[in-house]
Write a protein that binds this ligand. Structure first.
Ligand code: NAD
Length: 443
């Protein structure tokens, strides 16, 4: 099939590449000329495991190309995906300007029947708006389909190639058949395509993200309570996650969720609810707990240093909003570093993939280390903010030697308190203030 993807970001680039890998002819369009030029030269602007190799292979096979020429790409394509950003507006609603602009451009380029697929995360009713804009600008037949994307950054390629499910919101049999054909190659062993009406598909995406965010805020709230009452969240977690109804995924306490999706999608869903005079109390709580989680972590650091951190140096391990990505959008590290800087502290940071992103954000306000141990040099404390695998089993003797004072604030509960204590390192984490006498539980 001939496909064009408009918006070549995390979603568009991965979707376009994977669709090309299944034998389709794909052109990825972006309005960012520099990005397109880089991609044409073989430079991949984002880090996703396996993506660079897959792009190279499909470009060589002439199935994948990059361009800024939306008109030409739309004319050639049978299916046009919209995968532009839908960032948060000031009032928390999703900013749909790019989606609507692209819809109009597609309409003006149409030369035949097309399926217009909305892959961006958009509020209920957006497909209808897109259809109205297209109808007002073309005489050709078309259908607008909602096909929300569920890939996880850090595992985006494998998620796209073998999705848990593919949701297609369509009110047209013709468009549904084309979409089913397109996705059939990804779902050879088991058909997990779920066809539904457009509004339900749009709502499904927000519901999925809001539920995942809720799990994180829930376990964080319980972790905070554990700290107060002297229980250990890791024990509590082990005790609940064996219940199949609860499950063991996405229930890790930490410094809160970040990234380009959960924060904005939770707020967008609250905004949608408000538009219908509906109070989304659970989601408001989810957002509040998440924002507070970073403050609680900062408070632990402040308390340890007697309320004054000016002139102190902090080593930071991990800047990306999660491991295996270079994405720092809404990363907890940004809030935490900015607050430490505001209070007069110095920062020595290291992340395996997000250093260029960090430099664009902080410029010369922080020091960029060459590697994890380099960041520790003479620092007053180590802060673990992203749980990259390479931070999991450091040489604690080396850590202790490099730090000015041996203390670790672990925002991701990665380390064993007893092990650190044996190394003479003070250790603070999330929800584990239990006294030694009540931690003799084996899991
Ligand atoms: P992104 O910011 O990485 O990419 C968006 C791209 O669209 C950018 O390259 C931008 O230059 C381009 N663009 C903007 N306006 C354009 C226009 N008028 N014409 C052509 N190109 C234009 O965003 P993303 O993370 O890929 O997210 C895209 C959408 O997918 C969002 O709605 C997001 O919520 C949703 N989504 C994201 C993820 C994720 O993990 N990042 C997962 C599922 C869904």
């Amino acid at each position: 099939m001939k496909i064009c993807i408009i918006g070549t970001g995390y979603v568009g680039l991965v979707a376009g590449t994977c669709l090309a890998d299944m034998g389709n002819e794909v052109i990825c369009i972006d309005s960012n000329i520099e990005k397109v030029e880089q991609l044409k030269k073989g430079f991949v602007p984002i880090y996703e495991p396996g993506l660079e190799e897959l792009i190279k292979y499909n470009v060589e096979e002439n199935r994948l190309g990059f361009s800024t020429d939306l008109q030409a790409a739309v004319k050639k394509a049978q299916v046009c995906f919209i995968a532009v950003g839908t960032p948060e507006s000031e009032d928390g609603s999703a900013d749909l300007r790019a989606v609507i602009e692209v819809a109009k451009e597609i309409a003006l380029a149409m030369n035949d029947y097309k399926v217009i697929v909305n892959k961006s995360t958009v509020p209920v009713g957006t497909a209808q708006k897109v259809a109205e804009v297209i109808k007002a600008n073309t005489e050709y037949d078309f259908d607008v389909v909602s096909n929300p994307e569920f890939l996880k950054q850090g595992a985006a390629v494998s998620d796209f190639l073998s999705p848990d499910r593919v949701v297609i919101g369509s009110n047209s049999l013709r468009a549904t058949a084309i979409m089913e054909e397109l996705y059939s190659s990804f779902l050879k062993t088991e058909n997990r395509v779920i066809i539904m009406d457009v509004k339900s598909a749009e709502m499904t995406k927000y519901t999925a993200n809001a539920f995942l965010a809720t799990k994180i805020s829930f376990i964080n709230e319980i972790a905070n309570l554990c700290e107060k009452i002297g229980a250990d969240i890791e024990m509590v977690r082990a005790g609940i996650t064996t219940d199949k109804r609860i499950g063991n995924q996405f229930l890790f306490p930490g410094i809160g969720y970040g990234g380009s999706c959960f924060p904005k999608d939770v707020k967008a869903l609250i905004n949608i609810a408000n538009q219908f005079d509906f109070s989304a109390s659970v989601l408001e709580g989810v957002d509040k707990v998440n924002r507070n989680q970073k403050t609680l972590f900062l408070n632990k650091i402040l308390e340890f240093f007697g309320g004054d951190i000016s002139g102190k140096t902090f080593a930071i391990w991990g800047l990306a909003f999660k491991p295996k990505t270079n994405d720092m959008r809404e990363a907890p590290a940004i809030t935490i570093i900015n607050e430490l800087l505001r209070r007069g502290a110095k920062i020595q940071a290291f992340d395996p993939k997000a250093m260029p992103m960090a430099e664009a954000i902080f410029q010369d306000k922080i020091t960029y280390a060459q590697n994890a141990y380099d960041a520790l040099n003479n620092a007053d404390a180590l802060l673990l903010l992203t749980e990259w695998n390479e931070f999991r089993r450091p040489d604690f003797d080396k850590v202790k030697e490099s730090l000015k004072s041996p203390v670790i604030f672990d925002g991701r509960n990665q380390y064993d308190r007893d092990e650190l204590s044996a190394h003479g390192i003070e250790y603070f984490c999330i929800g584990r203030n239990a006294t030694p006498e009540n931690t003799y539980i084996t899991v």
